[in-house]
Design a protein around this ligand. Structure first.
Ligand code: MG
Length: 276
């Protein structure tokens, strides 16, 4: 019998209301988790996304899958190499740095993302790497391919970001290659600056805006149509990593706005899901 996700969701929330939960799939793993249950769908959803990201073999497998495909495509590009030196442009958050602990801690407090608490988290430089990511970037660097980290973290986050990347052992973790947001979250100008001097063979991201300008600040209908129109690029030039916790898909949802109250967000979310 197929069990609806709608029935599983309250069960998951009951699990999260206790101080500690043990996860069957990881027998010895006990994680500290919510002591209170957030009162709205959006924040509960962030915890549900985080529990999947932190515990499931399925999340691990998706990450390995993405980085295995990236390795395969990189090897293809290396065989064809000519002209400008090769480079990879990658996003950082939820492309290879796992920020799910931030989402959990804020959701427990009934809070969503905000710049001040985010700055506290990034300054800790404690985010873990997605499975397969470090090996992939080290492999690329070993082939003399430069890695440009184009992120919408800002100047305030830069020191923590560099430390986090260096501590984990990521290549090119320095000022020249870690390109933070200054004036705009649109990454096109920063991508174009790299393209002047490099042949960019791969783009990695968890958000469509990490790949091309055609997805930036577009309506849901436009961005989804652009995915359809460019379907063959995914797994070739564009490597997508899993992130169900947040992304521009939220603000693209009809009626959604980050400034809405939690109750208003819930109302918009319920209008954008389909039952039977
Ligand atoms: Mg990201």
């Amino acid at each position: 019998m197929k069990i609806s996700k709608l029935y599983l969701f309250p069960i998951a929330l009951l699990m999260l209301s206790s101080c500690k939960i043990s996860v069957n799939a990881l027998e010895n793993a006990t994680i500290t988790t919510a002591t209170t249950t957030p009162k709205n769908i959006a924040l509960n959803g962030k915890i549900y996304s985080a529990v999947w990201q932190q515990n499931s073999g399925e999340f691990m497998a998706l990450s390995y899958q993405a980085y295995n495909i990236a390795t395969y495509r990189l090897d293809e590009a290396l065989k064809m190499k000519k002209g400008k030196p090769l480079a990879i442009i990658t996003d950082v958050d939820e492309t290879f740095l796992d920020n799910s602990p931030y989402a959990v801690t804020e959701s427990e407090k009934g809070k969503d993302f905000n710049d001040a608490t985010w700055a506290n988290w990034t300054a800790k430089a404690n985010a873990k790497a997605y499975p397969g990511s470090l090996d992939f970037f080290k492999y690329a660097a070993s082939k003399n391919v430069k890695i440009f980290y184009i992120t919408n973290r800002n100047e305030n986050d830069k020191a923590g970001t560099l430390k986090n990347l260096k501590d984990l052992g990521f290549p090119n973790a320095d000022e020249q290659y870690v390109v933070v947001r200054s004036t705009t979250s649109d990454k096109e100008e920063r991508r174009n600056a790299v393209l002047k001097n490099y042949n960019v063979v791969l783009y990695l991201g968890d958000n469509l805006g990490d790949f091309a300008n055609m997805f930036y600040k577009k309506t849901q209908a436009e961005r989804n149509q652009n995915v359809e129109n460019n379907a063959d690029l995914f797994g070739k030039k564009f490597i997508m990593l899993p992130n169900s916790g947040y992304g521009d898909w939220e603000s693209a949802m009809p009626g959604f706005n980050y400034k809405l109250t939690p109750a208003q967000k819930d109302s918009v979310i319920l209008k954008n899901v389909v039952g039977y």
